[in-house]
Design a protein around this ligand. Sequence first.
Ligand code: PGA
Length: 244
Amino acid sequence: MRKKIIAGNWKMNNDLTLLNEFKDELKSFELDENVKTIICPSFVFLNHFKDLDNVTIYSQNINNNVSGAYTGEISVQMLKSVGVFGSIVGHSERRMYYNETDETVNEKVLLAKANGFNVILCVGESLEERENKKHFDVVKNQLLKALENIKDLEDIVIAYEPIWAIGTGKTASSDDANEMATYIRNVIKELYSDEAEKISILYGGSVKPSNIKELMSKDNIDGALVGGASLKAKDFSQLVNYRK
Ligand code: PGA
């Protein structure tokens, strides 16, 4: 059975006071241990979660270089040295606002793989691309490029995040989300055969306590990457405990 994963992407939200409030409140909920629970806070707060049981901390980004003169950037090696062993890669906000290309995404995935570092690889189409029925081609292309020269999928999770559903309150219908997750699994099958059945595919885009059960009931959706609803401990715990 594939691992179920609920990952919270905090983006550029929450200061230390709010983070401590979140942690105190989260401790009052018992999280389902069979669900891998991940929180991706800002770099400055990565080390503030050591006292939370059953929660894995990932970063929201990594640099595509090993080290060097890249002012303001954070390397995989730096993250590993402070006990962080995974990151989101290729989030649409990074592609949109920070000129992240399929090539840099591929460099990041290659670097992560070379370091045994976990990756949540994000793919997803814009509204225009979906309306023009290009969504399958766009997602396939993102996958092919991001995974170029990647020999196996160990340590990699894929998150399908349609851009039009992120932070908009518009969730893809569970059938649409599952249709794309199924398509992604088929693309992975063409590339990596048997590994396709093992890789976890997450859905992201306005996931909240009211729609998580329905999304998770779909056969090819193994978890969720959650922005807004991951900022409140109560909502986040309800997402993790979607089976209860
Ligand atoms: P959202 O963000 O849940 O606020 O739509 C999801 C994401 O960007 O990962």
